[in-house]
Design a protein around this ligand. Structure first.
Ligand code: GTP
Ligand code: MG
Length: 295
């Protein structure tokens, strides 16, 4: 008999949700950065081990305070992901509990499946003795099925977390072939790689108003030709991304190409273009045309 089910990974921005999913899959699928609100859309990571298929759902960080259409879309995507799953992993940062964590807690209290509190980044705790009293406090907050301290970055205690989630997967046929690891297209993954490099290379404000669209994705002989259009809200942002004498965009392109070559196992020729389209991040129709729509 086979088993198959869904596990939603939720939490406020920047707690390490995408890092966790990537580490469990053993492959970089979902983009990560030190800045909050890196993930914008739900992305599935499929892990098949023997007769158990676990489908992880990486989600955007649930956040307070922003009212733009993009932020509403991200929060709704994350909330919707908790419906109809077999387990929820509620990720927090071991170092601190914030108002946004509290807001996520209020949401996960209402889900009908088991909720694990996953206390991430334990490697950052200078005084390890502070962990146990914290775990005791968390256990009073709600009836968590498990509380699991981990380090997603260092791979600490992830085996235990995986075994615990696997044990909750219901009996039934597997939804994905054993060698498939995501529901997302190669074009989507390519656009996310470009967005990751922009997010990592640029200061606080620009990445939130950047979208990437793949205009060409085709093999010519052995070489994969990819053209990506970078959309920004303002001229100033375009200048920042291009950088002095084009240095920034060159670096972004180089880093993206290296990741693409490893993801697609091919030589990649990458072309990047930048266009200003003001208002796209607060316009529902523009968002939908860029792929930010419900799955
Ligand atoms: N020290 C440490 N850093 C971590 C750990 N897990 C993730 N990080 C770092 O935390 C930052 C955020 O990680 P992400 O995986 O992008 O976080 P996220 O929750 O997916 O963030 P959003 O997509 O913005 O909601 C990155 O710089 C990671 O390298 C960990 O276990 N220990
Ligand atoms: Mg993420």
């Amino acid at each position: 008999m086979t088993h198959c089910g869904y596990v939603a990974i939720v939490g406020r921005p920047n707690v390490g949700k995408s890092t966790l999913m990537n580490h469990i899959l053993g492959q970089k699928l979902s983009i990560t950065s030190r800045k909050p609100q890196t993930t914008r859309q739900q992305i599935l990571g499929v892990k098949t081990e023997g007769h158990v298929q676990t489908i992880y759902v990486d989600t955007p960080g649930l956040h307070l305070g922003s009212t733009k259409a993009m932020n509403r879309f991200m929060n709704k995507t994350a909330s919707d992901a908790m419906v109809d799953v077999d387990a929820v992993l509620f990720l927090i940062d071991a170092e601190r509990w914030t108002d946004e964590d509290q807001a996520v807690l209020e949401k996960v209290k209402h889900v009908r499946c088991p909720v694990f509190l996953v206390v991430n980044k334990v490697d950052k705790l200078e005084d390890k003795d502070t962990l146990l009293p914290k775990l005791a406090r968390y256990s009073d907050m709600m009836n968590f099925a498990q509380i699991v301290p981990i380090s997603a970055l260092r791979g600490k205690n992830l085996d235990r977390l995986e075994r615990l989630t696997e044990s909750l997967m219901p009996e039934g046929g597997q939804f994905y072939p054993e060698d498939q690891i995501t529901d997302r297209s190669s074009r989507f993954l390519a656009s996310e790689i470009v967005r990751e490099k922009i997010t990592r290379q640029l200061g606080q404000e620009v990445p939130y108003e950047v979208a990437v669209q793949i205009e060409e994705f085709a093999f010519e002989g052995e070489t994969l030709h990819i053209s990506a259009l970078i959309l920004v809200e303002r001229n100033g942002q375009k200048r920042i991304i291009i950088g002095d004498r084009g240095e920034k965009i060159k670096l972004i392109g180089k880093e993206a190409r290296i990741d693409m070559e490893s993801m697609f196992q091919a030589k990649v020729m990458l072309n990047l273009w930048i266009k200003v389209r003001s208002g796209w991040s607060d316009d529902e129709r523009a968002l939908a045309s860029l792929g930010y729509q419900e799955q």
